[in-house]
Design a protein around this ligand. Structure first.
Ligand SMILES: O=c1[nH]cnc2c1ncn2[C@@H]1O[C@H](CO)[C@@H](O)[C@H]1O
Length: 363
């Protein structure tokens, strides 16, 4: 991997504490060239997402990276947005009230920027979408060739065969704009969805945070400040002793797909009613007699298992040590994981079978 050209990545983001982790990870990784951040509502409103994106780039000393502001409303022009400030704090970054950034977003909208970059580097740009999918759907609407021109869209979103985190049906990013999500999932682009069936297996524990706190690394120090609110929320909302690394998992899956396994099939999104935001994966194992809403739709990839210990390790290492190169060689080859096997032991990586999903496999 070392000799390959760095992967061009645009992060579509609503920062967000785990967004901040993912952005720092990306900026730390020699395998990635972050060519832009685009912003969206979700964890905060879009205006604050833009401000936070600019702020995070200033913290990282990367003000050379452009920030394009995204949509303030859903794809159907909905203004009743669900903002998860109870997860991330009212400022989105752990109620730290950082001073406003000096930088400004570029003039172009997020969707126009996405379209332009995909045209400039056909097949070479990966979008890592960490919030609701409005900007991506707008890019698809703006340019009918966007889906073909974009290299890959890695979506942090969906709850495949598991309960959601907004309600039992829906995961937050898909719930944020289900119509946009359905447009993206059926667009024909090369899509990898990393849902909470996978990210809920990637836990940064209280002990991991203590390790981070002992580090003098710039990112570690910063993150320890903002992580408190995220930990309190998880302690209240879940029985897990730690926090879920949603956004870092999606980012790392984009950089190194061998960290996950995936199934291929067709995803549709419920856009109304009590199951609004539900993602339903069709594994193509049955030939239905009737035409269904899944018939003749393009296939996407849906993450099924994850090498959780390696992701937590990579995230921790990169955040702790500013200049350390990531150790991709410790990653699991995809073919090593048999999702049907109940007990897997891969001693070379310390991979623990119980930390991967064997019950939730939409294979
Ligand atoms: O309980 C929740 N409600 C709303 N958003 C959440 C919650 N937990 C995490 N996230 C945010 O939504 C994405 C994952 O669904 C993550 O980006 C996370 O920051």
């Amino acid at each position: 991997m070392a000799n390959e050209e760095p992967k061009k990545i645009i992060i579509d983001t609503d920062p967000g504490i785990d967004d901040a982790m993912a952005i720092f990870l990306a900026l730390q990784s020699p395998e990635i060239d972050v060519i832009g951040l685009t912003t969206i509502y979700g964890n905060v409103y879009t205006t604050l997402a833009t401000r936070n994106a600019l702020h995070l780039l200033e913290i990282a000393g990367r003000t050379d990276i452009p920030v394009a502001e995204g949509s303030h409303v859903t794809i159907t022009k909905g203004t009743k947005l669900r903002i998860a400030d109870f997860v991330h704090g009212t400022d989105g970054l752990g109620n730290q009230n950082f001073p406003p950034p000096k930088g400004k977003p570029i003039e172009q909208s997020a969707a126009a920027f996405l379209v332009e970059q995909a045209k400039l580097y056909p097949g070479k740009v990966t979008v890592v979408a960490l919030g609701p999918l409005t900007n991506i759907a707008l890019a698809i609407e703006l340019d009918p060739e966007f889906s073909e021109r974009i290299g890959q869209i890695v979506i942090l979103g969906g709850a495949f065969s598991v309960n959601g985190n907004v309600n039992p049906a829906a995961e937050a990013n898909i719930f944020g704009d289900p119509d946009a999500a359905d447009i993206v999932f059926t667009s024909g682009a090369d899509i990898l969805a990393v849902g909470i069936n996978v990210t809920h297996q990637v836990v940064l524990t209280d002990a991991d945070r203590d390790k981070l706190a002992q580090s003098k690394g710039k990112f570690a120090q910063y993150l320890c400040k903002i992580l408190d609110v995220y930990f309190s929320y998880h302690h209240d909302a879940y029985d897990t002793k730690g926090v879920y690394l949603h956004d870092p998992t999606a980012l790392l899956a984009a950089v190194n797909p061998s960290l996950i396994t995936f199934a291929e099939g067709i995803v549709r999104v419920q856009t109304n009613g009590i199951m609004r935001g539900l993602t339903i994966f069709y594994n193509k194992k049955k030939r239905f007699a009737e035409v269904t809403e899944w018939s003749n739709q393009p296939s996407v990839k849906v993450a099924v298992t994850v090498d959780a210990p390696t992701i937590v390790d990579l995230a921790g290492t990169a955040e702790r040590e500013m200049s350390r190169e990531m150790q991709w060689q410790s990653c699991l080859p995809r073919h090593c994981i048999d999702v049907f096997q109940q007990s897997i032991n891969l001693p070379s990586t310390g991979f623990q079978a119980h930390r991967i999903s064997v019950i939730l496999t939409p294979v």
